[in-house]
Design a protein around this ligand. Structure first.
Ligand code: F6P
Length: 470
């Protein structure tokens, strides 16, 4: 469905309140759902225009030169963002800055509304001093602003910078604006004037997000009988080696030292058997069952190539959008996994014992893979993958257990135009490529409710307001 919907998520909040983390998470989530999204970080524009390593006095609201230069950075980011919407057909942009005065927010709202862009303000409020300090240490001190600065000096400077922002910070109270306030990492949320499906989706996602540190582990089931025979799908039990992996898993997991782990499996025998010796709370999810290969279930790739040569070629042509006859595509699986992602964001330490295609989709969400590369991600058997979410992405470690297993990864093939039969329209057909790449996976309704300003006459549109805080 074509859509003229354009949403700007405008971040609001003092420095070190997790705004960049939230911006990146929303961006990755929407991109994973095929919605064209981009973050515009005003701090990056400020560094590009005026250099990094500026002392806290640059951010003092009484420093008129600093004030002027920060306004320039804010305007340049806004300009690029508006151009990106029209030139690149962007759907959601995230304007990552403090935007902490009413005047600044009004200016942004008016500029964006003029271009028929919906504005959703996302304010992050955090009163937990320990969390703020942890954020300063983990993210801010390694930022280009403090390259080659002694960490203690950098911390003192950054806290002074926050104090300058505090001088003029105004929390959102503007009733005519659309906003969500996230207070103390999801302990309280306030929402106002949310309209339309996509805005509600973003808000729902934000309400599930928590920023407490945690680990996410993935493991495929141990090698199965079908893996040994080169067959796909089915519901076979573990092979001898697969069972051995299941017996070794408790020791490996225990050595990782993560407390309060919860285990999720699919409903299929091979994942349940793999989890059997692990002494943690367990949950089975139907939504975690392997990609449904339809009529090809139980066949080897060679058999599929012989029996359905066109389908086989179509899958190599566009593996993400190819849907098996009577089965699923990776695109279908992403949609099916969306509630899992939401649930994953709500919980703390989790180990998912899953399947090749399923873990590729979930891994791609955390590691920001595009749809073209997603179906080729390597998730080998007998390996535990550990992800630790950080501000700009996830840190990854892989633990390989020393038990042989077959390799089920089929590399991306060179295209063979001779047997291509492409259907790029959304017929809901099977054995074909269904949907254009990069079309959204969730429905996006057209922009039916463009906003109007409540009081435009009081607003100066000529230049950014005073009190710019980047
Ligand atoms: O081969 C194991 C398996 O989990 C199959 O059951 C499934 O069809 C396949 O992997 C998915 O991988 P691909 O998309 O690369 O065929």
């Amino acid at each position: 469905m074509s859509s003229n919907l354009r949403i700007a998520c405008v971040m609001v909040g003092l420095p070190a309140r997790g705004k960049t983390y939230i911006s990146q998470k929303v961006c990755r989530y929407l991109t994973w759902l095929g919605i064209k999204t981009k973050v515009f970080n005003v701090g990056n524009y400020r560094r590009k225009l005026h250099g990094a390593s500026l002392p806290h006095t640059f951010f003092d609201p009484h420093n008129s030169i600093g004030e002027q230069q920060r306004r320039e950075a804010a305007a340049a980011a806004l300009q690029d963002m508006i151009e990106w919407f029209s030139n690149d057909q962007g759907i959601v942009a995230i304007y990552d800055a403090t935007n902490s005065t009413k005047k600044r927010r009004r200016w942004l709202y008016e500029k964006l509304s003029k271009h028929d862009i919906q504005v959703l303000f996302i304010e992050s409020i955090c009163q937990d001093e320990a969390l703020i300090l942890a954020n300063i240490k983990e993210v801010k001190l390694s930022s280009p602003d403090y390259a080659n600065t002694d960490p203690d000096e950098a911390a003192v400077d950054f806290i002074a910078r926050i104090d300058h922002y505090k001088e003029q910070y105004e929390t959102i109270t503007e009733k005519d604006l659309t906003f969500i306030k996230l207070i103390n990492v999801g302990s309280q949320n306030i929402i106002n004037m949310i309209q339309g499906y996509l805005e509600s989706r973003i808000v729902y996602y934000l309400m599930n997000l928590h920023i407490a540190p945690r680990k996410i582990y993935f493991s495929r089931h141990g090698e199965s009988q079908y893996n040994l025979e080169g067959k796909i799908g089915g519901d076979s039990s573990l092979s001898e080696r697969g069972l051995l992996y299941a017996t070794k898993l408790p020791e490996l997991i225990q050595n990782l030292g993560t407390q309060d782990l919860v285990i999720w499996t699919s409903t299929l025998k091979r994942t349940v058997e793999t989890s059997q010796y692990l002494d943690y709370p367990k949950l089975q999810w139907k939504a975690l069952d392997e990609l449904d290969a339809g009529v090809c279930d139980g066949m080897t790739y060679e058999e599929i190539e012989q029996k359905y040569p066109e389908d086989f070629a179509n899958r190599d042509e566009d593996k993400f959008n190819y849907r098996y006859r009577g089965g699923e595509s990776y695109r279908d699986v992403v949609l099916r996994l969306e509630p899992i992602i939401m649930e994953l964001e709500r919980h703390e330490n989790i180990l998912i014992i899953g399947h090749q295609a399923i873990l590729r989709c979930i891994y791609a969400y955390f590691m920001n893979y595009n749809h073209e590369d997603l179906p080729y991600i390597k998730i080998p058997l007998h390996t535990v993958i550990e992800l630790t979410p950080k501000a700009y992405g996830c840190e990854e470690k892989r633990y390989k257990v020393d038990i042989d297993a077959v390799d089920t990864h089929r590399p991306k093939l060179k295209k063979s135009p001779s047997v291509r039969k492409l259907s790029k329209i959304n017929l809901g057909a099977s054995g074909e490529i269904v949907r254009e790449p990069m079309s959204p996976i969730i429905p996006i309704s057209p922009n039916l409710f463009p906003r109007t300003s409540s009081n435009p006459s009081t607003i100066d549109l000529s230049e950014p307001a005073l009190g710019s805080l980047e």
